[in-house]
Ligand binder design. Structure first.
Ligand code: PGA
Length: 315
């Protein structure tokens, strides 16, 4: 039993639920909205808060006209709720780590373009689940698909997986592709450049097997033009350096370029039909259930607030 006698009043069935309900009312300033958020009826919200006030022995809210405000006791209790729920979240993160298969690492494999946002995705995940050990492998889309076939990782991040893929697939966020050139390129100052003009420029192309290369070939195919690579490179970084070196133009994911258009000599051309929108996906094998750590990762990565933050390229 609890050592301190004055803590006994809290050791009752349902106190944690009451605190969660009270926290929602205090944060949202409304019994009705708290009920909506927690999917419970408004009278249940009132009962839970009343029970908590009885446990504490003090009123938690003051009702003035149509508005409710926290009493001094309410404010104290609200601060306590935030501490309690933060602590539970932290400990849950460590427990989640312990729950992963015999402490196994969460193995994530991303395409070479996905690597530009994957670390931020992992960072956001660790804020909520700091105990989960993660390994990150980076390779082009085709090699990722081979790894998926061999079932070597828990989660794969790639753009537009093949339609016939036998795997569980979750749409993550848009992957806009643009044409990039050096800032002193004649097309850089033009608006609404036609694709035919772009197609006449020396082209820097990713290697076969790259998702970016595939997208590029599909774009050229829609304009019925055969892409003529001046230089084929197996790295987005090398392509960006080649653009800056004046070797040509390239179609790249905005995630691979990030804010470099502001700092460096790269510019996004204003080309008809661009950006071409592809989409990033989280994929995992369908032949076995997700390990608990991987399940947590997928749930966390798909939260709208996480997606919103990751969708913007890094500064
Ligand atoms: P990649 O990435 O060009 O590095 O293969 C893009 C993708 O996943 O489609």
């Amino acid at each position: 039993m609890v050592k301190h006698p004055h803590l006994r009043r809290y050791i009752k069935h349902g106190t944690l639920t009451q605190l969660a309900v009270f926290e929602a009312v205090a944060r949202l300033g409304s019994f009705t909205r708290a009920g909506e958020e927690l999917h419970i009826a408004q009278p249940t919200v009132s009962v839970q808060v009343k029970k908590l006030a009885a446990t504490i022995g003090l009123a938690l809210f003051e009702q003035s006209r149509r508005k409710i405000t926290l009493t001094e006791a309410g404010r104290e209790l609200y601060a306590l709720c935030q501490d309690i729920f933060d602590r539970i979240q932290q400990v849950e993160g460590r427990l989640a780590g312990l729950r992963t298969r015999s402490g196994a690492k969460l193995r994530i494999a991303v395409s070479t373009t996905g690597k530009y946002f994957a670390p931020r995705l992992i960072g956001k995940f660790w804020e909520a689940h700091p105990g989960v050990e993660v390994s990150l492998s980076v390779m082009n889309r085709q090699n990722l698909l081979h790894r998926l076939e061999a079932d070597l990782d828990d989660i794969y991040v790639l753009s537009d997986p093949p339609e016939a893929l036998s795997a569980v697939v979750h749409a993550l966020m848009p992957n806009p592709l643009y044409v990039y050139a050096r800032d002193d390129h004649p097309l850089a100052r033009r608006r609404n450049v036609s694709f035919a003009e772009v197609a006449r420029e020396p082209l820097l192309l990713r290697e076969p097997g790259s998702g970016t290369r595939l997208a590029c070939e599909e774009i050229f195919a829609t304009y019925r033009v055969q892409p003529q690579a001046r230089l084929e490179l197996d790295s987005n970084e090398a392509i960006k350096q080649s653009i800056v070196a004046g070797l040509g133009v390239a179609i790249l994911s905005r995630h691979a370029v990030g804010s470099e258009t502001r700092r460096g000599h790269l510019v996004q051309l204003d080309v008809e039909g661009f950006p071409v929108m592809r989409r990033w996906y989280l994929v995992h094998p369908e032949t076995r259930p997700l390990a608990p750590g991987a399940q947590l990762f997928v749930e966390h990565a798909l939260r709208p607030e996480v997606v919103q933050e990751i969708a913007e390229p890094a500064e």
